[in-house]
Design a protein around this ligand. Structure first.
Ligand SMILES: [Zn+2]
Length: 166
């Protein structure tokens, strides 16, 4: 009987050793605050594994069967980012450095309208609660009031000719 138990144990041990899995760990850097990003959902697509980044912005996903995976990063109010086709090999650790959220599409735009390619009808968009002076400017069509809700990625300019925000 003792022999059988030993045999079982060693078989189990061998199976455990056989089921080699990989690890994905990483650090998410907050592009806006310049610090570790706490509380980002990190999801391994197709494996039902989700973890949150810790206070330092670090995360770790273990016991991942070898294969190719997409890794998704999400946080309320920011667009999702997905890293495609990460190759996980047995007994290896993949170490990722992620900048999050992704760059805002309005960041690099100058004051040239993307529609008419001119800037003569372009006025700045001002966010926040407007005072009297700002209201005056707005009524004269010198600035555009953008409202109070400001996300990390808002347009900066308004073309009066094309009624386009960019
Ligand atoms: Zn225009």
């Amino acid at each position: 009987m003792k022999q059988i138990i030993t045999l079982c144990c060693s078989t189990l041990f061998a199976l455990t050793c056989w089921a080699q899995a990989g690890t994905i760990k990483g650090h998410i850097h907050d592009r806006l605050e310049q610090e570790g990003f706490y509380g980002v959902n990190v999801t391994l697509i197709g494996q039902n594994k989700t973890v949150l980044t810790d206070f330092n912005g670090d995360f770790i996903l273990e016991d991942i069967p070898a294969g190719s995976y997409d890794l998704q990063f999400s946080f309320l109010g920011f667009p999702d980012t997905t890293l495609k086709a990460i190759q996980v090999a047995p007994d290896t650790v993949i170490d990722l450095q992620i900048d999050y959220p992704p760059p805002c599409r309005y960041d690099s735009n100058g004051s040239t309208c993307p529609v008419c390619q001119k800037s003569d009808q372009v006025i700045p968009i001002v966010f926040g609660y407007p005072g009297k002076k700002l209201m005056k400017y707005a009524n004269k069509g010198k600035v555009m009031l953008g409202g109070c809700m400001v996300s990390y990625c808002d347009p900066n300019w308004y073309c009066k000719r094309d009624q386009t925000r960019f």
